[in-house]
Design a protein around this ligand. Structure first.
Ligand SMILES: *Cc1c(COP(=O)(O)O)cnc(C)c1O
Length: 468
């Protein structure tokens, strides 16, 4: 038998092997059964076992069952339990069941959402969700959305649209003429801009050395009085949700100045923009509708599966021209062709799980879930403040809590010990030259008991260190 024929025949059978796919589902199901109780971080043994994946590319095909079994045996134990309620690292969300299931189902469909003709269902859902998001955040009708891998990519797209628009107004088509000899574009942003904003600025050829930095207050908010004079050559990048303190820049005042000057405002709202969907937190995002582009993640606060980011832009022609690179604005079909709003052509249909998550939660579910994160963050801050040896450094306006011990050395040792205890997981960061433990409450699954358990683990860690 010829090799090519045999592999095709095998796959043809496997594709319809109910037992095989049921086996896969059963592993997934098992994983979910104890996802709230398993170690938040893999054990040393599980990490060590990853060595079983080290091999040269096999000469011969494997059995499909064996492939999946290997993954389940050594892969699953080495996962970090973002899905559970006691992972507080970086800003990483869990996953809403309907979104997870939709992703699982849609992965069997294997849709490419480049063009409507390639995947009508994805195109339709992108159109629907674009409208939902525009309304949820009170953005102007006609705002468009691109569905990308995360906020890094979304900010890159927003700033590319800004670059196109500002230069175009100065009679310079950046797609055709490039940046050499172009009129100079100014970039104004805060000292606390996220590293991915700086990355986009670098990638787009603005140069980090050219940034006009603006100082921040004690919570990490840009100080509006220090924003320099703006003009039609300026891009201002603001932030909804400081990655450490969770604070929000004062949008209204700065956006108004920018609008009057014909400058462009982009908002990095990776996790914080969702505050705008909550009545009791909406004051934090006041004025965002006056910006020109926005970046936000599904995979953080909204708890969609990874990878799910969204760029929104009120200037459809600018974003399409910037990303489509034809120099003009061309419509291929009457319906939505997703690739006009993203850097990629082929993309997986992440819109399916984003749609499912929003459809499932509805406005009230989103509100309740996001407000719940805020409440748990407040609870954490209250309980840890009562514990001896810990101090909370920020106002808990959203879901982030910054905790420090008496010295940097103690803070670093506490982080290590908390991580080793594996009851919860937190990482470190820096704040005004001081080491901090960053606690990000970003999982819908976090219960009040999870918070208390985690605070107890913090206390245990300091006790252990004091006994050493
Ligand atoms: C996480 C984050 C980003 C980057 O988003 P990705 O989805 O990881 O690309 C940008 N800005 C802020 C404030 C963030 O928290």
């Amino acid at each position: 038998m010829k090799e090519e024929i045999s592999i095709r025949d095998r796959m043809y059978l496997e594709m319809r092997d109910k037992k095989f796919f049921e086996k896969v589902q059963s592993y997934a199901y098992e994983y979910l059964q104890n996802v709230f109780e398993r170690n938040v971080y893999p054990t040393e043994e599980a990490l060590n076992n990853l060595k079983h994946f080290e091999e040269n590319l096999p000469d011969d095909p494997s059995n499909a069952y064996e492939v999946i079994e290997l993954l389940n045996k050594y892969g699953a134990p080495a996962t970090v339990t973002h899905v559970g309620g006691r992972y507080f690292g970086f800003v990483n969300g869990s996953v809403v069941p309907a979104g997870l299931a939709a992703k699982s189902l849609a992965s069997y469909w294997d849709q490419n959402t480049a063009m409507q003709v390639i995947s009508p269902v994805s195109s339709k859902l992108e159109t629907v969700v674009e409208k939902w998001l525009t309304q949820l955040f009170d953005l102007s009708a006609g705002t468009v959305a691109g569905f990308v891998s995360g906020t890094s990519s979304a900010t890159f797209c927003g700033l590319a649209a800004a670059r196109y628009r500002l230069l175009k107004r100065l009679d310079w088509d950046v797609n055709e003429k490039g940046l050499f000899n172009a009129p100079k574009i100014r970039i104004v942003t805060s000292r606390h801009a996220h590293s991915t904003v700086l990355k986009a600025i670098g990638l787009l050829g603005f140069g980090k050395d050219n940034i006009e930095w603006v100082d921040v207050d004690d919570q990490g908010r840009i100080i509006p009085e220090l924003v320099p004079g703006l003009d039609e050559r300026t891009i201002v990048v603001l932030q909804a949700g400081n990655v450490n303190s969770g604070s929000f820049d004062p949008f209204e005042e700065i956006c108004e100045k920018a609008n009057a000057a014909n400058a462009w405002v982009h908002i990095d709202g990776a996790f914080g923009l969702w505050a705008g969907a909550v009545d009791k937190l909406k004051h934090l995002t006041r004025g965002i509708e006056k910006a020109n582009s926005w970046a936000v993640d599904g995979h953080k606060t909204l708890n969609t599966p990874y990878d799910c980011g969204i760029v929104m832009c009120e200037d459809k022609e600018a974003i399409v021209s910037a990303l489509h690179m034809t120099g003009g604005y061309i419509i291929l079909s009457e319906e939505r062709d997703g690739m006009f709003y993203t850097p990629e052509m082929s993309r997986r249909a992440r819109i399916i799980e984003l749609w499912a998550t929003m459809k499932y939660l509805g406005k009230k579910g989103i509100e309740q879930m996001v407000y719940g994160l805020h409440q748990r963050a407040i609870q954490f801050a209250e309980e840890i403040t009562k514990a001896k040896g810990f101090e909370v450094l920020n106002d808990i306006v959203f879901n982030q809590v910054m905790v420090s011990c008496e010295t940097d050395e103690l803070t670093e040792r506490a982080i290590k010990r908390i991580q080793d205890l594996r009851e919860c997981w937190v990482g470190g960061s820096n704040w005004n030259g001081r080491k901090i433990i960053r606690v990000s409450v970003c999982s819908w699954a976090t219960t009040p008991e999870d918070i208390t358990r985690s605070v107890n683990s913090f206390k245990q860690a300091l006790d252990d260190i004091n006994k050493e």
